[in-house]
Design a protein around this ligand. Sequence first.
Ligand code: SF4
Length: 674
Amino acid sequence: MMMLTSNTPANYSTKRLKGKARFSLLMKVYFPYDRVRAEQQEFVKDTAAAVREKKIFLAHAPTGLGKTVSTLAPALSYAIENDKKVFFLTPKISQHEIVLETAKLMNSRFGLDIRAIDLVGRRQMCVDPFLSNASFSVGFYEACNKKKKDKLCKYYTNTKGYTPNQKAEATRNKRGLIHSYNHHYSFIKEQCALHELCPYELTVEMIKNAHLIIGDYSHIFHDDIREGILNANGAKIKLEDIVLVVDEAHNLPERIRDMLSTRIDFSTIEKAQKEAKNIGDFEVEEIVKDLGKELMNLGKKLTLETSEAKIDEKDIQFFKKIGGEELTKVEEASEKFMAKHKTENCFLSSIIEFIYTLLKQKQHTLYMIERKGSLTIGVYPLDPSEAARTVLTQVHSAVMMSGTLLPLEMYSDVLGINKLNSEEKKEIISAEKIIANQKDELLHNTKQKVILKQYKSPFPRENRLNLFVDSTTTKYTSRSNEQYKLIAESVDKIIAKVPGNTIVFFPSFELMHNISTMLRTRRQILKQEREMSQDQKTKLIHNFKLLGSSFGGVLLAVSGGSIAEGIDFPGDNLSCAIIVGVPFGRMNTYTNSLISFYQFKFNKGWEYAYNAPAISKAVQAAGRVIRTETDKGVCVFLDERFGELRFKNYYPRDFEYKKTNTPEKDVEEFFGKK
Ligand code: SF4
């Protein structure tokens, strides 16, 4: 462990750091903890250099490196001194709290005045009694926008105002809250409800004077949302003034694809048609009816045996054509219907949303006709690189980190930043001169705009045992009751030797079901279900953790699901993870299209769309076992394919494993060691 002074900013100087770790960062880093591990120090140092030198930094940073503080401290330290803002983006709201608490800790340790805001979506923030309680699948944003446009939301009026008098009143209304930085969003929401203000509008207004905005990927990577946020209240924040940190960045490509995708089904179209009829708008009724006919026509591409089929872009032209005058007519009809029925949402607005998203599609989009209850048209963009590149090339600097960001080159390719290094030659020369003059010892190549780096796990190697077992497989062609029985027997034997809790991760619910019926363990078995509410999941995890302190229980879950990612099981909460089968994605039209796309673009279709994500899911699930320095545990990879050479680069470089066909003996021996 290395010591950093806690009552002064940690100024990484050659004096304080000796030997190999000797370097000068040329900036102060407000690191709020007394102790820093060697690996963590390296990460802090690299992040600081990347931020200062306007890099895009992709970091594979395993658990234990303290990713939040290691990136937040240097990013904020730089931002405060250089009049920038830090946007710290996470895939889940539950991950905001630790970022907020770290910023607060920096404030209290160094007497700083970092102003942080906890930004969540408009929908979570809404306090309008009707909209906040209605169950929208789509249409919330349209309903909110309509209320604002029609001046019907008193919370909005009280926060923003329409007339000069209302605006002045709004300024007075907000006075007590507009400087309420460093609070959890629920506090702002409560306070706004009390004062009849819109929490979302208030929070977005606070961005202008904030140093740190903790938000979701969509706040920056979705063009429309970003525009709204950066320009709220005349803030006109430029991307170049943003220091971006993206947590759990392995999720970013898929999240961008999701943000840009859309679908509509026949039943929605039918209901929209009835709405048009209801208000006597026969022209719109015809427009919508024709959409329905077109959808039915496309449905002919499906056979009795197939539930999905790819359609050509030209097949969707009919829907795109609605984008002009006709769409305006549908919009008017939708407003008329909602006004007549005093409702905030309608099916006509779902059509508008679908067409708008459809019109924004760029090339490399998969169009599909699907049978999902009702006949559906799905629009799925395959290439997240344009949206990612727009942001990453304009922000001041970006730190993209994750405990499973391998292979790093793949993320650089997929996010469209792979060619930046060769494009940045001019900038390189000047940067090189500066660095040469200062004789700075940077760990990375300063010539590069994009830095890729893999860090070692800081936890003691002897605390973890990875076992590769090749006596079973869930390979499609080998699936049989005999195979499932072998797997179940192996799982039973391993569980029996674990002095605590075990999670068994399966590639799918279907396999979980087939194999779990053959398990004979006497330990209590809990199961993740396909559809679980947040409350049910929390209860399941709570009950499972309790078993860890008694005889140990078994939790059956799926790789790639919510239990496999983002939930910590420290200490005796979890002693063993068994990964049954390589969790490849389902081979369907979408996966096939993604494979073809990456084959076409990088000649790495299977690698990028199929193999690497599967190993990443397995490693992510296995990563639940060791969450702290003192945790001790075993990860068993139960499939002959895990050890194949073609997957080698998808595992961390310091990943060590033992091949065995008697994992139960290894598990017993491992836990038997004192
Ligand atoms: S303006 Fe705010 S309070 Fe009003 S509906 Fe929209 S999100 Fe809800």
